[in-house]
Design a protein around this ligand. Structure first.
Ligand SMILES: [Ca+2]
Length: 313
């Protein structure tokens, strides 16, 4: 029903680029599941996937998800400055076994170059959504003109991106700390850089928004249920990433059930702590829930439990 409600007012699909850490937590898988189903339903066009924390099975496990939804052609890029070795991630290995194309990390371009190529090729503006570490967006903003565009990264984003939506930060108290902005020094630096230099509206869904809303689990059909089971989260996980994905698909924070607090966000580049100065008309915003938790949980569960054939638009 949620997809039908969106479709009733959507004139054309939203072009969307999706960044994910695709890392030790499995809620990224639910976020991707939501975006792939929304793409199949004609609500968005998922133009690119950027992986901002690279492990052995990153590319084949992502490709397997896309192939399972009939969308194996969606390009995948990697942030090669964030290759993480020696960390076991069972859900990725499990999903990678379903990759039919023999796709590997070596087949992926650098994510920020992929973003440049995709943005330059679009006739209109896209939304960038990221539910992981923020360094691909920093690399994009700092990028130089190339064969795809004569614009530098900041100018390219200004002309081809309408908004950036990040799962990141903790906004319900001063000097909040949240994993995506804190885990590694490069993440802290990137989050700080983006807040200082992003030329388009930047919206955050923070830690406090998703922590008590449990969704997903082994009952979800297809590879997503397998991923949750392999992760040891058969009964679900907090919903930071799927909530961000649903908000992106709905495309309007108010309609998605949030109040937007506008102002200016600052992230400390050394510690990754964030703070916020609220002001009317600020280009940064964080989201505050207007509804009770069950509302958001029901939205996510409805989409995750859709059989694939019912998502075709
Ligand atoms: Ca994530």
């Amino acid at each position: 029903m949620i997809f039908e409600e969106i479709k009733a007012t959507r004139e054309q699909p939203i072009d969307l680029l999706f960044g994910t850490d695709w890392w030790t937590d499995c809620d990224d898988v639910a976020a991707l599941e939501i975006l792939l189903k929304a793409h199949r339903a004609g609500l968005i066009r998922l133009r690119a996937i950027g992986v901002n924390s690279v492990m052995q099975y990153s590319a084949p496990s992502l490709k397997a998800m896309c192939e399972a939804h009939g969308l194996g052609e969606i390009p995948i890029g990697l942030d090669r400055s964030a290759v993480r070795k020696g960390i076991l991630c069972l859900y990725q290995k499990k999903l990678a076994a379903f990759c039919r194309s023999g796709f590997s990390n070596a087949d992926c371009p650098d994510a920020f170059r992929l973003y440049r190529r995709v943005l330059a090729s679009l006739p209109g503006k896209a939304v960038i959504v990221d539910v992981g570490f923020p360094q691909i967006i920093m690399q994009l903003l700092r990028s130089q003109p190339d064969a795809y565009s004569e614009l530098d990264g900041t100018e390219l984003v200004k002309s081809k991106v309408s908004e950036i939506l990040l799962m990141g930060g903790r906004w319900d108290k001063p000097f909040g700390r949240e994993y995506n902005f804190c885990a590694y020094p490069v993440n802290r630096k990137a989050a700080s850089y983006i807040c200082r230099h992003c030329p388009v509206p930047l919206t955050f869904l923070g830690y406090e928004v998703g922590k008590d809303i449990v969704t997903g689990g082994k009952a979800v059909p297809g590879l997503t249920g397998r991923a949750y089971a392999a992760h040891g989260s058969g009964n679900g996980r907090p919903s930071w990433d799927p909530m961000t994905a649903v908000a992106a698909v709905i495309g309007d924070a108010e309609k998605a059930g949030y109040r937007k607090i506008t102002g200016r966000a600052v992230v400390n580049p050394k510690y990754g702590t964030n703070r916020f100065q609220a002001c009317a008309g600020g280009t940064h915003a964080y989201l505050v829930k207007k509804k009770d938790d069950r509302f958001y949980q029901a939205q996510i569960e409805e989409i995750l439990m859709l059989p694939l054939e019912e998502t075709d638009g």
